[in-house]
Ligand binder design. Structure first.
Ligand SMILES: [Zn+2]
Length: 210
């Protein structure tokens, strides 16, 4: 059956094509800003966080909103859901499609502390990582592929504050916001996709119920 081989080749090519379209994210070390760590060499990362939020109680979280079309995500849709294709986050796009959402504002989903805000190579682009203190537990929200970043690491932030704009990760994708929420903080940035979702939670579910 000579037709079987080309068919299999087609399936394989389609599979590799799909894989190559996915975001590729190399590992990146994760820590609190250097100044904070060097001023308090005796404290662990979680002790440092505890003292940061103890002295800035007004930035403790009590509510979470969507990061686009706040507070409800009006005008946006989730193009790739949590766990779909082993996705560890959600891909938020404007309903206009294509790059119509390029430059649209991204808002912090809650009060928190910006511990990382920078460009990360390998398909991540500009990434903002915010730690939220909520009911004596820590959560982390991650906003990736940003076109612009308006905030600096080491600063506190209010829920709904504009933190950046939707981007393409330097032309790697059509504009969208890759949003992750983690219940394990300080993990490496990771790959964006994995069958193992330990430490990651469903953003929409979490925002709607908190
Ligand atoms: Zn994504």
């Amino acid at each position: 059956m000579p037709t079987i081989i080309p068919f299999r080749v087609c399936i394989l090519l389609a599979f590799y094509f799909l894989l190559s379209c996915q975001e590729k994210h190399p590992p990146s070390k994760s820590t609190l800003p250097k100044e904070i760590v060097s001023q308090n060499p005796q404290k662990s990362k979680s002790q440092l966080l505890d003292s940061l939020f103890t002295t800035h109680k007004e930035y403790i979280s009590f509510q979470f909103d969507f990061p686009v079309g706040k507070p409800t995500s009006k005008g946006y849709y989730n193009a790739q859901k949590f766990r779909e294709n082993d996705h560890l986050g959600e891909d938020w796009n404007g309903v206009g499609g294509g790059n119509s959402d390029l430059g649209d504002p991204i808002y912090s989903i809650s009060n928190g502390y910006v511990y990382s805000s920078k460009n990360i190579d390998g398909g991540w682009g500009n990434v903002i990582r915010i730690i939220h203190s909520y009911k004596n537990a820590y959560y982390e929200s991650i906003y990736a592929h940003c076109d612009t970043i308006f905030i600096k690491e080491g600063q506190f932030i209010r829920r709904g504050e504009k933190i950046g704009t939707i981007g393409t990760a330097n032309g790697t994708y059509l504009a969208h916001l890759h949003l992750e929420i983690r219940d394990s903080i300080f993990m490496n940035i990771g790959a964006g996709y994995s069958a193992d979702s330990k430490g990651y939670i469903n953003p929409t579910e979490f925002i709607k119920t908190h």
